[in-house]
Ligand binder design. Structure first.
Ligand code: DGJ
Length: 747
């Protein structure tokens, strides 16, 4: 999968689908040549490039007007010696200068992949992954830079990271260290990004690249609900099903920068990594700095092809949990059923009802610890609240597991309230600048996870509770971003390391807990989907997608999230109506038809709903159990998104024998056209039966002609005494959904 051609000093990376080619330039630095669909030019690549310069460009070599870094496409560029675009890294020396000259020294190719110390990253065995490590050196300061490239045998993915090692005796300061930089030959792309805010996370937005920089980023201390550490570049004609697309995703949960810069020769520089804003890392003698890993996907099969590659990469090579490939339990969460106002009796009655409906996991959310009866106190005090649960947590867990349910528990480990025993003991553990105003968020402060002592303390508290052995699931929440970033445990010249050190502390706690309790299913959460990123998927194979459980809003959220993240990673619940976030009323069917495309669960008071709704829920749960393997682990295809009004998607089992398609209608239209959706991923020659309609179709009919959906209502519904009521169509009203479940009946 990786070759070095000595004669033209070129590296060839690739597999049956993709090629990634770059070479060592005359100046010892690296020049990017190609990333895309496989090319067979495996002997020489000189013809894939041109030396070039331009009038007025700085000349890299004296008397050579044809070679300038100003216009060459590079692999991991520096600023200051001719290239004026955004660099991949920047080092400051003792004398204040920032000019470096890292040149090729050696490389190493091996099968398999080593773990990045302290950071989440993709993994793979010797049979699946090949690694290239290139060492470049700046001899003047005796500093090395190791660029790591990983090629996956079966996936159109290149993973990359960089490591800086200071071997000299001078202290260096790393002002910027991105994970990837890559210069694409052209600029004729649209940039896709996932942005939003609380309650409307990861909506898909598209913009046409323009000259200059276009970026998304976070400086909140978490990847955030506002932008996701991802972007894609697609050609204008690329659709969900056809055309080329590049996807870039950062395996990181902290501050990030994701940027495309178009220069005046229409070269697009892709940059992705830790946000250089508010970042600096001191590299004392002998110290090193490892960047997070970023992954680059190429698809020649449209955006669905890109997403399926991300899904498969994350499921098979990123989520390290035992649960990554296991069916996820259908859960009930008590949050929207009770909020903080619950008793042991109420919890047990919810659990008993859940068991009767066929639910598999009961999750006790916020409010079970300290003296927490609202959100003003007790974060940090991870001891059971005996006034609410007088028999203790163990007894409650035993009673619930005795019912035949799994038991899960909520924590918010990174936080502390001023009203808490922990804050009384350790006010210096809260993130703030001593002597200055502390900005609260949801009445709480962030614990300083850059301080290993804090991480260790919380680990002991959590482990003590989880040790009871009856807890199978943990919801790990995080409800505010960081302000007044400062650590009392760090010296002045390391304060700009705070954000990265903090997230390394979060990872350290995840690592310790997931190692000690490998059987526990972790779900990450951050006021909903405020930190839904690949970094956390490494530890927690599912994330709470959004606090917004309204089915209509979820169409946008889940549609966007599916661009990068597997269906089985998206926490999705059926909640009460009117919905608690937007006060909209949708049918129980539409709510379930949307939540099926995720982990699936319920979050409402199921003890106080009408009997017929309980019956309907029983059927929903039975349906989900029957089709869970297809829904959670099948190939996912987005089929339609007509201005967020008509949305359709589907999952197909790996053997193509089963499929579930869903078509959603938001607002009804008068006298509409017939709706037809073209399915994907089926075997064209097989005959399929649709469970809901009883019709049979060949795969090619469903994919090439399509499936005509249930007819949308149109007509008059005037006065009841008007005899001529005329209408047609059975899909009536707003916010409806149809499910079509297919099974192959003949080959
Ligand atoms: C925010 C989460 O997103 C909710 O699901 C819930 O767990 C609350 N926090 C509890 O405080």
């Amino acid at each position: 999968m990786i070759r070095f051609h000595e004669k033209d000093k070129t590296f060839y990376l690739g597999n049956d689908n993709i090629s990634y080619i770059f070479k060592i330039m005359q100046n010892g630095q690296l020049e990017h040549l190609y990333f895309g669909k496989k090319v067979d030019a495996q002997v020489e690549a000189e013809h894939l490039r041109r030396d070039r310069s331009c009038i007025g460009a700085p000349d890299t070599f004296e008397n050579n007007l044809d070679f300038s870094l100003d216009v060459l496409r590079q692999e991991y560029p520096a600023y200051g010696a001719g290239d004026y675009r955004e660099p991949a890294y920047q080092l400051r020396m003792k004398d204040g200068s920032r000019i470096t000259d890292f040149v090729y020294k050696s490389h190493r190719i091996y099968q398999g992949k080593e773990k990045l110390q302290g950071l989440p990253c993709t993994f793979g065995g010797e049979a699946d992954v090949s690694t290239l490590e290139i060492t470049l050196e700046d001899a003047k300061i005796d500093c090395q830079m190791v660029l790591k490239y990983h090629v996956f045998e079966k996936l159109s993915v290149i993973a990359r990271s960089a490591c800086f090692q200071n071997n000299g005796d001078e202290t260096l300061y790393l002002e910027r260290a991105l994970s990837i930089s890559m210069d694409l030959f052209d600029a004729d792309y649209e940039m896709l990004q996932l942005d939003g805010a609380w309650g409307r996370e990861r909506h898909l937005h598209t913009r046409t690249l323009q000259y200059g920089k276009q970026s998304v980023s976070s400086a909140r201390g978490a990847s955030s609900a506002f932008h996701n550490p991802f972007f894609a570049l697609k050609q204008p004609h690329t659709t969900e099903q056809t055309g080329e697309a590049f996807g870039f995703s950062l395996i990181y949960s902290g501050n990030f920068l994701a940027q495309a810069e178009v220069d005046h020769y229409d070269v697009t520089r892709v940059s992705l990594g830790i946000n250089p804003f508010e970042f600096e890392w001191k590299l004392a003698q002998g110290e090193s700095f490892q960047t997070p890993e970023a992954v680059m996907v190429f698809s020649a099969e449209g955006l669905n092809g890109m997403s399926q590659t991300f899904h498969s990469l994350f499921r098979n090579h990123l989520m390290k949990s035992q649960w990554s490939k296991k069916p996820r339990p259908i859960l009930i969460n008590n949050w929207e059923a009770t909020y903080f106002d619950f008793t042991e009796e109420k919890i047990l009655s919810l659990a008993a009802q859940a068991k009767e409906l066929g639910i598999e996991l009961f999750v006790l959310d916020d409010g079970w610890f300290g003296a927490r009866n609202d959100d003003t106190s007790s974060l940090g005090d991870w001891d059971v609240n005996l006034s609410k649960l007088p028999n203790g947590l163990d007894t409650l867990a035993t009673k619930i597991t005795d019912m035949g349910l799994m038991f899960g528990l909520w924590f918010e480990p990174e936080m502390v309230n001023e009203i808490s025993k922990l804050y009384e003991m350790h006010p210096e553990w809260a993130v703030c600048v001593p002597g200055r105003k502390k900005t609260l968020g949801r009445n709480q402060m962030v614990l300083d996870y850059s301080n290993p002592e804090v991480v260790e303390y919380i680990y002991e508290k959590m482990a003590n509770i989880l040790d009871c052995g009856k807890i199978s699931y943990v919801k790990w929440d995080m409800n505010r971003y960081i302000t007044e970033a400062y650590s009392s445990a760090l010296p002045a010249d390391r304060q700009k390391e705070f954000f990265h050190r903090h997230i390394l502390g979060v990872y350290a706690l995840y690592e310790k807990l997931t190692t000690r309790f490998p059987h526990i299913l972790f779900e990450s959460c951050a006021s909903g989907g405020g930190r839904f990123d690949p970094g956390l998927l490494y530890y927690a194979p599912q994330g709470w997608t959004s606090d917004d459980t309204d089915a209509v809003e979820r169409l946008k959220i889940q549609y966007g999230t599916s661009m990068v993240y597997p269906i089985a990673s998206m926490g999705s619940h059926v909640s009460a109506v009117p919905n608690h976030q937007v006060a909209r009323t949708t049918s129980l069917k539409t709510r379930a038809d949307t939540a099926y495309f995720g982990t699936f669960g319920y979050e409402l008071d199921i003890t106080s709903i009408p009997e017929e709704e309980k019956e309907e829920m029983k059927q929903q749960i039975a349906y989900f159990k029957k089709n869970r393997d297809v829904l959670q682990f099948g190939a996912f295809y987005r089929l339609q998104n007509d201005n967020d009004q008509r949305v359709a998607w589907m999952c197909v089992s790996e053997d193509q024998k089963r499929a579930v398609a869903a078509a959603y209608k938001v607002l009804a239209k008068p006298n509409p056209k017939l709706r037809k959706i073209r399915l994907q991923g089926l075997n064209p020659q097989w005959k399929y039966r649709c469970e809901e309609t009883g019709q049979t179709f060949y795969g090619d009919e469903l994919m090439n002609f399509g499936l005509i959906c249930e007819t949308e209502f149109t007509g008059y519904m005037t006065a009841p005494d008007y005899p001529g009521v005329h209408h047609a169509g059975t899909d009536i009203g707003d916010f409806t959904s149809q499910l079509y479940t297919f099974t192959a009946i003949e080959k």
